[in-house]
Design a protein around this ligand. Structure first.
Ligand code: NAP
Length: 285
């Protein structure tokens, strides 16, 4: 039976740390602030946005919400982003994805000032991550790394396998593991021999978006298994990409869903917002 990685508890510790630092910063007259923009009324997006607002309150970070109708034009959203870029009270800008069809996500991401891009999706920040000299890390991969660190297992020299190659999770995750001197393989839907590749992993990160995709026969005995998946089942329950009950019999360490990567993503967003406020005010990190 594997050890459980308690993302909720680790996220709570990160948020306490951010809250303390944000309060110290406020005493020096600098208030960190996060602008969250939501377009339309997707229920999942609404939940994420509410959770981010709550986290801001807990972390002594001001939050500014902009809820725009589904019919919002690309031009109007870009104008709002420009306004937020110029607003000194706003340290970080987060535009909740997905956006309605008439708006190009790429154009909106490109319009956010890289210094305020707390999601680290802007090409400038992606490039900085690639060369290993970055201001922010994308929240979900950064949270996964923090969870791996909590196990005490060092990434250096380990076989790491990331299933999924999205720009927001898989690719940056692989890059962070590489920066930590892991030997990294990225798998995707065209990968051949996925089971065998996964079975070699000392550290396995699943970011596929398919419930219970990773089965026990894909996992090496004692491996660290990080489950990024957030799949809503027909019964309304949340389910990860890993077949948790079976895999926990084989793995050394495993994250649950819910209570694993999800809370860490928000905690890392808080940390990034604080870093953005410091960066913009030339405060040493
Ligand atoms: P995505 O953009 O849909 O990417 C999924 C990846 O999985 C793709 O690279 C795809 O390969 C790969 N894949 C699909 N079927 C596969 C198969 N049979 N074998 C191997 N690889 C396969 O998803 P994402 O945005 O990265 O998110 C992944 C999951 O994480 C989702 O459940 C999402 O909800 C969750 N998520 C959670 C958090 C959090 O905070 N916990 C944050 C972000 C995302 P191809 O590239 O070849 O299509």
């Amino acid at each position: 039976m594997s050890n459980l990685i308690d993302g909720k508890a680790i996220a709570a510790r990160v948020k306490e740390e951010v809250a303390r630092e944000a309060a110290e910063l406020a005493q020096r007259g600098i208030r960190a602030g996060l602008a969250v923009v939501i377009v339309g009324d997707d229920p999942a997006s609404r939940i994420y946005v509410n959770n981010k607002k709550k986290a801001c309150e807990a972390c002594n970070i001001r939050s500014y919400e902009y809820a725009l109708p589904e019919s919002t034009s690309e031009e109007d959203l870009l104008a709002l982003v420009e306004k937020l870029n110029a607003d000194p009270a706003v340290s970080g800008i987060l535009v909740q994805l997905p956006l309605p069809r008439q708006i190009s996500e790429q154009k909106v991401i490109a319009a956010i000032s890289p210094e305020k891009d707390v999601d680290a999706f802007h090409a400038v920040n992606v490039g900085k991550i690639m060369i290993g000299d970055f201001d922010f890390l994308p929240c979900t991969p950064a949270g996964c790394l923090e969870l791996i660190d909590s196990t005490g297992v060092s990434v250096e020299g380990k076989r790491c396998v990331v299933i999924g190659r999205s720009n927001i999770v898989g690719k940056p995750m692989a890059m962070l593991l590489l920066h930590r001197n892991g030997t990294v393989t990225i798998c995707h839907s065209k990968t051949r021999g996925l089971r065998e590749i996964c079975r070699e992993a000392d550290i396995l990160v699943a970011a596929v978006g398919k419930p219970k995709f990773v089965t026990a026969d894909m996992v090496k005995e004692g491996a660290v298994v990080i489950d990024v998946g957030m799949n809503r089942l027909e019964n309304g329950k949340l389910c990860g990409d890993v077949d948790f009950d079976a895999v926990r019999e084989v793995a050394g360490w495993i994250t649950p869903v819910p209570g694993g990567v999800g809370p860490m993503t928000i905690a890392m967003l808080m940390r990034n917002t604080l870093s953005a406020a410091k960066l913009q005010n030339r405060v040493q990190a």
